[in-house]
Design a protein. Structure first.
Length: 184
C-alpha cells in the first residue's frame, strides 16, 4: 500500500513538473513568434521603402509671361523627370494643371505626356506652354480671377496601386489687377 501511495505522489509530481515544462515551452514559443512577427514587419517596411518609386524633377525651367505681352505664353514649363528608385516605374501621365489654388475641381488639366516606363536612373524630358487665351478661357469657365499652376504625375506603385502627386509651381500665377481707386 505504501508503494502505491509513493507511486501516486511520484506521478503527481511528474505531471506538475510537466505542466511547468509545457508552460515554459509555450512561453518560449510565443516569444519566438513575437520576434518573428516583429522581424517580418521591419523587413517589410524596409523593402517597401527600398522599392518605392522615387521620381525627381531635374533641370526645371519656369518662364512666366505678362498679360500685356500676348506673344509670350502665360507659362512655359520644361524639365526632366528621373527615376531615382531601384525598380522601373510605370508613369501613366504627366499633367500641367492650372486654375484655382485650393479647389482642384476648378482647374484645367493639360496633358503633357502619356504612358511611359522609367528604368532606374532613366530620364524623360518634357516641355509645355500655356497661352494667355487658355488662361482667359479657364478664368471665364470657372469664374475666378487668379490662375495657379501645378505639375501632376500619375504613376503605379510596386504593389500595383495608382499614386498621384501634385506639386505647385512656385509663384507662377496670373492675376487680374482691378483698375480704380485704391482702398487703402
Amino acid at each position: 500500500m505504501q508503494n502505491y501511495t509513493q507511486l501516486q505522489e511520484t506521478a503527481s509530481k511528474l505531471f506538475v513538473e510537466m505542466d511547468y515544462i509545457a508552460i515554459a515551452s509555450i512561453t518560449i514559443s510565443l516569444i519566438a513568434l513575437i520576434i518573428a512577427i516583429a522581424s517580418y514587419s521591419r523587413t517589410k517596411k524596409f523593402q517597401d521603402y527600398e522599392y518605392s518609386p522615387r521620381i525627381q524633377i531635374l533641370d526645371e525651367h519656369i518662364t512666366c509671361g505678362s498679360p500685356s505681352l500676348k506673344d509670350i505664353p502665360a507659362l512655359s514649363y520644361r524639365g526632366e523627370i528621373e527615376n531615382r528608385g531601384l525598380k522601373s516605374v510605370k508613369v501613366d501621365s504627366l499633367y500641367l494643371d492650372y486654375g484655382d489654388k485650393v479647389d482642384s475641381n476648378k482647374r484645367m488639366r493639360r496633358h503633357i505626356d502619356g504612358e511611359l516606363y522609367l528604368s532606374p536612373c532613366q530620364r524623360h524630358e518634357f516641355n509645355i506652354e500655356i497661352s494667355w487665351a487658355d488662361v482667359e478661357q479657364m478664368k471665364k469657365h470657372f469664374n475666378i480671377n487668379q490662375c495657379f499652376f501645378f505639375f501632376r504625375v500619375v504613376y503605379h506603385t510596386p504593389d500595383g496601386s495608382i499614386q498621384e502627386n501634385t506639386r505647385p509651381l512656385g509663384d507662377a500665377r496670373t492675376m487680374i489687377i482691378l483698375k480704380g481707386d485704391c482702398l487703402t
